[in-house]
Structure formats: structure tokens, C-alpha cells
Design a binder for this molecule. Sequence first.
Ligand SMILES: Nc1ncnc2c1ncn2[C@@H]1O[C@H](COP(=O)(O)OP(=O)(O)O)[C@@H](O)[C@H]1O
Ligand SMILES: [Mg+2]
Length: 221
Amino acid sequence: MEKMIEWSKGVEKNENLDEMVLQAIKKIECEGYGIGEGRTATVCALEGRFDVCVKILNKSIRPKNGATEEMRFLDKLKSKKFPVPQAVCCAKTERSEYVFMEMIDGLSILDLIEDDLFEELPENFDFKGFFEKLREIVKRMHSENIYHRDLRPGNVMVDKIGNPVIIDFGESKELSLSTEEPYIDENSLGEARIISPDENRIIELCKELGSYLKNKNYFTR
Ligand SMILES: Nc1ncnc2c1ncn2[C@@H]1O[C@H](COP(=O)(O)OP(=O)(O)O)[C@@H](O)[C@H]1O
Ligand SMILES: [Mg+2]
């Protein structure tokens, strides 16, 4: 396997770990224990470890950002104390691209709703406070010129104490000029693709989670 590993700024670089990462990749391709499935990737746990997971990007559906760019977003945001997973490293093989990162102890809003995991929410979960925090985080992200652009239920997690964690920076964009348009992409033919603003996605998320919780009698407790 060709060696192409880049270590996160947030972890101490260690050449001896390269071999370990390659071994983990080999192993995970054969017997990975999936913990999440998205539109572009499968996320697997590592054997015997509960703190690290690997996002394996599907080669056939290319997100805007590859593993390297996704790790850059995580590094940049983590260094500014945003609630995102700590990146470990990213790797590329002939087969796939991988992002090794901190495993978040929590659940995505998608898993919560689809698998009906209400019981797994922290007991004192504060719906209103959660969305206030999420809005603040995203506002601060925008002030750093970073736009997530894919705030769907699978990309927002609730951690063990009920706080939001934002994942999946596969469609994110960092503006280099403040005159740049955050939500318009142009394809190779020069055609524009318009993306729903992060704020609107948060409103949708809030409605979706709100109606799920309403059915669970959360608001009348
Ligand atoms: N760091 C993480 N910790 C725990 N679960 C994760 C983590 N990253 C992703 N997941 C799970 O895997 C799913 C897919 O990951 P995601 O990065 O959203 O991939 P995709 O680009 O395919 O949408 C998520 O919805 C979530 O359930
Ligand atoms: Mg996703």
C-alpha cells in the first residue's frame, strides 16, 4: 500500500504510528464495525478502541472536500474551540480516503429520530438551549468565514451532556474573500448550484427534532 498519511496539527506527529494506521485501514476494510452511514462515507470504530473512529470516503460519490480538506476544517475549527471531533490523521490509498478522528460519545439527530433513541438523550436535555447554542456556534463559524453548508440531521450530534457537536465538513467552504458567495457553487460548465443557507437548515432541524420530541411528550413533562 502506498504511504500517504497526513497527521493532524492537533496531535503529535509520530512516524511510528503510520504503520499502525495502515494496519487499521487494512483491518477495517475487511471487518470494520460500522457506527454510521452517510451520503458519502461509512464511519467505523477501531477494534478495541472507543475513542477513535474512521470515516471511509466512498470513492464513487465524491463530496466537495476530500479527506485532507475535511481534516483541515476539523483542525482549524478545533484550534478555535469549536465543538467538532478532534482529527487524528487522514490517509489515502488506491482504494479510499480516510479521516481518523475522535469518536463522539453521543448520537446524531438522524439516529435519534430514525432509530427512536429518545431514551438515550441525557435526562435533562434542553431543546431550546441546544438550538440556541447551535445557532451561536454556526454564527461564530461564519464570522471565521467557514460555512458548513450541509447541516442535515445526520451531521449534527447531541453529546452525552446534551450539547451540539457538528460533524461532516465534506461540503463546507471557507471563503478567502468576504465578497465571495458562500452558498453558490459553480460547476465546470459555469452553471450555478444554490445551497440552502446554514440558518435555514437549523430552522428545519429544529422543526424536525421538535416534532419528534412532541410525540414523545417531551414538552409536557
Ligand atoms: N466523529 C464521529 N463520532 C461518532 N459518530 C460519527 C462521527 N463521525 C460520523 N459519525 C456517524 O457517521 C455518520 C456518517 O458520517 P458523516 O461524516 O456524516 O458521513 P457522510 O459524509 O457520508 O454524510 C454520521 O451521521 C454519524 O452518525
Ligand atoms: Mg453526513
